[in-house]
Design a protein around this ligand. Sequence first.
Ligand code: UD1
Length: 421
Amino acid sequence: MEKLLVKGKKKLSGTIQISGSKNATLPILAASILNEKKIEIKGVPIVKDVITMFHLLKHMGSNIKFNFRKKKIFINNKNKKLRHVAPYAFVKTMRAGIIVLGSLLTKFGKAKVSLPGGCAIGTRPVDIHLYGLKKLGANIKIKNGYILAEAKNGLKGAKIRFPSISVGATENVIIAASLAKGTTYLKNCACEPEIKNLTDFLRKMGVKINWLNQREVKIVGNRKMKPVSHKVMFDRIEAGTFIIAGALASRSLKIAGIDTKTLNTELKILKKMGVKMKISKNEIRVLESKNIKPITIRTQPYPGFPTDLQAQTMVLMTMAKGISKIRENIFENRFMHVPELNRMGGKIKTRGNLSLIFGPQDLNGAEVMATDLRASVSLVLAGLVAKNKTVINRVYHLDRGYEQLEKKLKKCKANISRVYS
Ligand code: UD1
């Protein structure tokens, strides 16, 4: 069992280079199935979920190579017919495996993809994905835990309004519409920057795709693809996480390799909380921030405050002088870090999707348990600011989405190490 050991109260200083986005890389890799010409993807983060997607594509027969040193993926599927099955073994560990459904279906006319099932943060159904694909003409059945989808004569463009906003469903249906006959109009789309990164990738491959307004996209299907070279955008959740680490524990911490425009909402909230930052176009310097103020936030789809930064922000709220509130509007069970933070001396009360954080509280190191990706990193942040030693169990959650977290923090003088027991 791997654990992280953090000895708190060390002042951080130096530069943290932000990696490529996991949530942009995954749909881009899924969309690679559409194109038989050469594909180069740059700035790929080496994290567990991306490696799982790489193995899934390999399993399906894709001629895919990962150069870890250069952080590049190369794919060349000239005249290749991929296996159209995504088995449970892959999708159970990484729900985003469901995104190959749209690609396989539109490219090969059929797909068999394991149902992902729920996960720690909620039930996470896939009804919106299936709703969109059916509207494009797919026949879909569920059998033995698998989604069996078919479109013998190919998918057809359609006008679709998503019943509610979903990142994954928007990606799946955009990818499927890319090879469909005719034009697709999608309304009530998620518009996360990672989805824009995906549509940029598709456009470079030859798909005619335009955002008509914030939540509406037009796609003209096109089976004639071009070779493509594409750089994955920066990981805005990783950036937000390290900005909060800086606010909690830095003397002067530079967060580099980002586009600060994309972080508007998060930076506005952090500024209101009294985090001292010098913001320029592609980097932020976080300075010692002694006077943290309470705030109320609610998580929302982009451009609202991201659910993926909720747990990390909660740690900062424990330092604020007064009562902060968080309303979690995206996932129904995303406060699992609360009991762990309370074991470290936090004073946080939760009712339904609302948390009240009573600050300021001095956190104390403890042995804690990571429960999901973002909850795990919130415990690392708490460990950085807590007195004494914090031991974080089940760090495999963290490895799904953070590239070299300990190495990056260590370089900035944190006392953090991985132990094996
Ligand atoms: C993506 C992100 C994840 C982030 C989330 C919300 C990736 C790989 N993951 O997840 O990090 O936390 O967006 O920003 O990009 N829902 C349904 N039916 C569906 C689909 C979703 O009810 O068919 C619900 C979900 O259970 C959830 C909400 O809609 O409550 C939003 O989920 P969604 O936007 O689809 O998140 P993911 O794409 O799974």
